[in-house]
Design a protein around this ligand. Structure first.
Ligand SMILES: [Zn+2]
Length: 259
């Protein structure tokens, strides 16, 4: 993207990062979280959601989550609770995920990054705990006729860190992720192995365009999911911002005026 185009709009990005916590066992049962075990060998009635089971929280997962929340300058809640996020999916046998909705255990943090323009403070809405779902494996070579489900990952503890829409470029997004990874690895909270799914990132992207009359038009927010490297995050934000600008030029619609 050339600079002349970039000046015509402001990029607005918020990142949702999921990190797998470095525990030996899952969030609500004693099954191993070790990567690469034989499919469905690390499961039990609790993590596959059999009726009548009693989930018991993993204390170490909570301690690691707390350590991470403090490292990103979050305020720790005096009261927190779990919620059930209901959805049907083949890799979620109990049809709900245990997560935190309106009362996360931590909120209102920030992370500082060093950019070419100096230090930037990126706000963080919240960091909350939740359990992971399983994994669907689709047989691409067999013409997509065969799909299998591996529930080893079901119930693995995740920390979800949601940034405020303070990120202004693909480069800033990459710097934020690099800083976060450094912190989480150094404090031994997560191994942050992206290829093993220990760190996953979704980017919410839109742009603000200054109109000739001085008002600001905002394009609809697009969520770019399942980005598998920091470079992919950086590139996809650049691409998505330009695509939204081109689309805006084409249809000329003001989706949401910001005054
Ligand atoms: Zn289990």
């Amino acid at each position: 993207m050339d600079n002349a185009v970039e000046e015509k709009f402001k990029i607005v990005v918020g990142l949702e990062v999921h990190v797998q916590l470095l525990t030996k066992t899952k969030l609500f049962c004693g099954c191993s979280t070790k990567f690469g075990l034989a499919p469905n060998s690390s499961t039990c009635p609790v993590c596959i959601g059999m009726p009548g089971v009693l989930p018991v929280m993993n204390k170490h997962a909570f301690e690691l989550a707390m350590k991470a929340a403090l490292a990103i300058n979050c305020t720790i809640a005096t009261y927190t609770k779990w919620d059930r996020k209901n959805y049907y999916y083949p890799d979620l046998p109990k049809n709900f995920q245990i997560s935190q909705y309106d009362l996360p255990f931590s909120s209102e943090g920030h992370l500082e990054i060093e950019t070419s323009q100096g230090t930037r403070k990126i706000g963080i809405f919240r960091a909350h705990l939740e359990e992971d779902a399983g994994k669907s494996m689709h047989d691409e070579s067999g013409g997509g006729s065969d799909s299998k489900v591996d529930l080893n990952r079901t119930g693995t503890p995740l920390l979800e860190i949601v940034s405020k829409p303070d990120i202004r470029s693909g480069e800033e997004a990459r710097l934020y992720l690099e800083e976060l990874k450094l912190l989480l690895k150094e404090l031994e909270i997560s191994d942050c192995e992206m290829q093993e799914g220990s760190l996953r990132c979704d980017a919410n992207v839109n742009i603000h365009i200054t109109m000739p009359d001085g008002t600001i038009a905002a394009t609809p927010i697009v969520e770019v999911k399942n980005l598998n490297s920091f470079r992919a995050v950086e590139k996809s934000i650049k691409y998505e911002a330009q695509r939204q600008y081109d689309q805006f030029q084409k249809d000329g619609k003001v989706y949401r005026g910001l005054g």
